[in-house]
Design a protein around this ligand. Structure first.
Ligand code: ADP
Length: 478
């Protein structure tokens, strides 16, 4: 069975309250009962002691002697002798008893008398209506003849009081628990009301109005802190959703222009072209455009995967120095075609990292490509690689156009290209650096950039170092 928080709180409260009250009631009634019990025994002690003072031995027989005109004495004697017996301790013979004892007809046998003489003290027995407690003591006549004095009292009044007490407690405790549970129920409602309000407010928030926030009571209590936490979550969601919106708008823009151009060109060609050569020329140029578009879509897909954490890395130990050298070699012809000098200026012979070579190649190629792209003929691009503080540090420096301080914080954003007119001259859609950053982050690394307009830029990639695989170490000496 499923209970709401309010019911659970109330039940818990009621059970706890009942347990505390029950325990208190039990303790209280036990204490009172114990106290009454010793009270009766003490009273019996006093009665026996008092009676002994009034017992005289007349002709060797124990006899009660008191002033019958003294109301106090008469009252005491009447009270103390209500349950009263005197036995001859030698033969166990009953000498005298009160009227009430006579009616009850509970004489002791000689054995029982002998036992009580040997061990005087308290004993009890049940009559039909009552339970009686007796005090046994031995008194001696002047001639040393022993007698057993039995003085009793009814435990009925005490038992009645105990029963009454239990009855009151059994009635009072459930009533008190009920009242407490009722109070608890209302208190829980009061305490949970802000939760209900939060629930209602949260219900109103959807993807179309992520700018809404949960109300704060301003008390700074747990619920307020919870609301603040949720508001922070909404804030992050809102910015993520906005980013996604911007992303899709940018994609649409990027795709629309070349597609419109392709469409227009195709239409004009259909209308005007007259020779196979015309068609071939247009198709060739369109093929180039289509190639760019397809690369763009591919890049977008990769980036989307990288950003949603789906980048499938197959990392293993690799020598970054060797990788960088081979990529620089590969880019050399493109650099010299643009009149840019590309060289590795400084590197460690081996820099081992754990990475996916295919993805890492993209990082290095993108950085080299940018450096060459944004450097004029006559300039240079320098690559250096070092081990630094447990990290591999790859630097790609160029003497190119540099990046303005305004643009610098944005260059890693998707589709960001500094200064449209300048960028138009160089191919690119502004996804390269976003991809570089995503890949490096997936490898637990960082990318940094330093740049000065018209002087040049330096991109720095820092990646955690890995241990050199032992199999390589063995082969190495050659
Ligand atoms: P793309 O190269 O396709 O334009 P990137 O994401 O690689 O896109 O780069 C974003 C922008 O950062 C570039 O358009 C350019 O303005 C700037 N940038 C990147 N690398 C360099 C560099 N080496 N020198 C100058 N500017 C650069």
């Amino acid at each position: 069975m499923k209970f709401g928080l309010r019911t659970k709180l109330t039940l818990l409260y009621a059970v706890l309250f009942a347990a505390v009250l029950g325990l208190m009631g039990w303790f209280f009634s036990r204490t009172v009962a114990g106290r009454m019990d010793t009270g009766v025994t003490e009273e019996l002690d006093q009665r026996a002691a008092g009676l002994r003072g009034y017992i005289n031995f007349v002709d060797g027989k124990p006899t009660l002697v008191y002033d019958r005109d003294d109301p106090e004495e008469t009252h005491f004697i009447r009270l103390a002798t209500r349950f009263y017996q005197m036995y001859d301790a030698h033969d166990g013979h009953l000498i005298e008893q009160s009227r009430e004892m006579e009616l009850l007809d509970v004489d002791l046998s000689p054995e029982e008398v002998a036992q009580r003489v040997a061990e005087p003290g308290i004993d009890e027995f049940d009559t039909e209506s009552d339970r009686l407690r007796f005090h046994n003591s031995v008194i001696r006549a002047p001639d040393r003849h022993p007698y057993l004095l039995r003085v009793g009292a009814s435990l009925g009044p005490m038992q009645n009081t105990e029963r009454e007490l239990k009855r009151i407690l059994l009635l009072m405790i459930p009533a008190a628990v009920f009242v407490a549970a009722l109070g608890g129920w209302f208190m829980a409602r009061l305490a949970l009301r802000p939760v209900q309000e939060l629930r209602a407010a949260a219900h109103q928030i959807s993807i179309s109005n992520l700018d809404r926030r949960l109300p704060l009571s301003g008390t700074g209590d747990e619920l307020d802190r919870l609301a603040v936490t949720f508001n922070n979550v909404f804030e992050r969601l809102q910015s993520a959703v906005e980013q996604m919106r911007e992303f899709s708008v940018s994609i649409s823009h990027e795709l629309r222009t070349p597609l419109t151009a392709l469409q227009g060109e195709a239409e004009i060609t259909l209308m005007r072209a007259s020779s196979v050569d015309d068609y071939r020329r247009v198709l060739t140029s369109q093929l180039e455009e289509l190639g760019k578009l397809s690369r763009l879509v591919h890049q977008l897909l990769t980036l989307a995967r990288a950003e949603s954490g789906q980048l499938k890395l197959e990392p293993h130990e690799l020598d970054l120095a060797a990788l960088v050298r081979s990529l620089v070699e590969q880019m050399e012809p493109i650099a010299s075609y643009s009149g840019v000098q590309l060289a590795v200026v400084k590197d460690d012979p081996e820099v081992w990292i754990s990475a996916d070579p295919q993805w890492l190649e993209r990082v290095v190629l993108n950085l080299l490509d940018n450096a060459i792209k944004f450097t004029r003929s006559g300039g240079s691009v320098e690559v250096s690689l070092a081990r630094d503080n447990g990290e591999a540090r790859l630097e790609v420096s160029d003497t190119g156009s540099g990046i303005s301080p305004d643009a610098l914080p944005h260059i890693f954003e998707r589709f960001y290209r500094e200064d449209a007119s300048r960028s138009k001259q160089v191919a690119g859609v502004g996804l390269g650096l976003s991809l570089v950053r995503s890949i490096v982050q997936a490898h637990h690394g960082r990318v940094q950039v330093k740049s000065e307009p018209n002087v040049g830029s330096t991109f720095i990639v820092l990646l955690p170092l890995a241990a050199r695989p032992s199999s390589v170490a063995e082969v190495k000496p050659a």
